[in-house]
Design a protein around this ligand. Structure first.
Ligand SMILES: C[S@@+](CC[C@H](N)C(=O)[O-])C[C@H]1O[C@@H](n2cnc3c(N)ncnc32)[C@H](O)[C@@H]1O
Length: 270
């Protein structure tokens, strides 16, 4: 039995997770039960504070969310759900877990993300987020973390597919020559992510193929904890002021906000 199998057995992923009360997946993140600990400890999970905030805070509006390499789904669990979602993982245990815990609007696919992403039809209103196993060249330890890992050739195939998709795409990983060469034309941001447990951090990167003009989930606006808190406090002050206004005055403020958000649009006789 390999390291990954032993880890899965000791974690008893689906049994542990099965103990978490059923309900909307988003609530699992707040739960302090054994299930949420198992989710947090999934190798390569994006569940650390600051990490999922940063990634979701760069997601543009979308109707269909496709998360490939979902694992414990830290991003999927914490983002505002799209109208419909598709999550993909090649590991049968991971897929089984998600089939038992998915929200109704979510389809779970157990399969190879490379071909599943390549062979589907797109409308352009999708957001695809990928968090594949890290390329071997970026790892300090070479033992497998997952039952299914990816060779450099498979990473190159994945990147070639992602570059052809006619929709918005994000991909997480560590910088390396392979990714830098393939994604030169994409935007990239770097952020610190804890390795296993803080205080050890590594610089992770997120590449994306679009200009960010609006967010799917405004709760994560802001670069870093302080900025997000400042925006939250401002929102709460504005909420108080707006909710104490007469309804017509509030709508006048809304009209003004829409005008500011879409400059050049004639709105009445101001
Ligand atoms: C870095 S982990 C994802 C972690 C995830 N973002 C989270 O928050 O838990 C990579 C995942 O990719 C899956 N995987 C590996 N090769 C795959 C492939 N070819 N297609 C789909 N999933 C794959 C692994 O089973 C693993 O769950």
């Amino acid at each position: 039995m390999g390291w990954r199998d032993q880890w899965l057995v000791s974690l008893r992923l689906d049994r542990l997770l099965g103990e978490v009360p059923k309900g909307p997946i988003v609530s699992l993140a707040e739960s302090s039960g054994a299930g949420s600990a198992a989710l947090r400890d999934y190798p390569g999970s994006k569940a650390a504070d600051g990490v999922y905030h940063r990634i979701i805070g760069l997601m543009p509006p979308h109707e269909l969310y496709i998360e490939a390499f979902v694992g414990s789904g830290a991003i999927f669990r914490n983002k505002r759900p799209a109208k419909a979602s598709i999550i993909i993982d090649i590991d049968a245990d991971v897929a089984r877990y998600w089939r038992a815990h998915r929200p109704a609007s979510t389809t779970v696919i157990c399969g190879d993300a490379r071909s599943r992403l390549r062979d589907r039809t797109y409308t352009g209103r999708e957001l695809v987020y990928c968090d594949p196993p890290y390329p071997r060249s970026t790892r300090r330890w070479q033992f497998p973390l997952y039952r299914h890992e990816m060779t450099d050739k498979q990473h190159r195939e994945l990147l070639a597919t992602l570059k052809r998709l006619p929709c918005k795409v994000m991909i997480s990983g560590y910088r390396c020559a392979l990714y830098d060469r393939a994604l030169t034309a994409w935007h990239r941001i770097d952020y610190l992510a804890p390795i296993h447990r803080p205080p050890h951090f590594a610089v992770e990167s997120l590449w994306f193929n679009y200009q960010l003009e609006a967010l799917h989930d405004w709760r994560y606006l802001g670069n870093g904890f302080r900025e997000r808190e400042r925006i939250k406090r401002k929102q709460s002050r504005w909420r108080q002021r707006l909710s104490s206004m007469p309804a017509m005055e509030r709508l006048a403020m809304l009209d003004l906000l829409l005008e500011l958000a879409t400059p050049g649009t004639a709105r009445g006789s101001r």
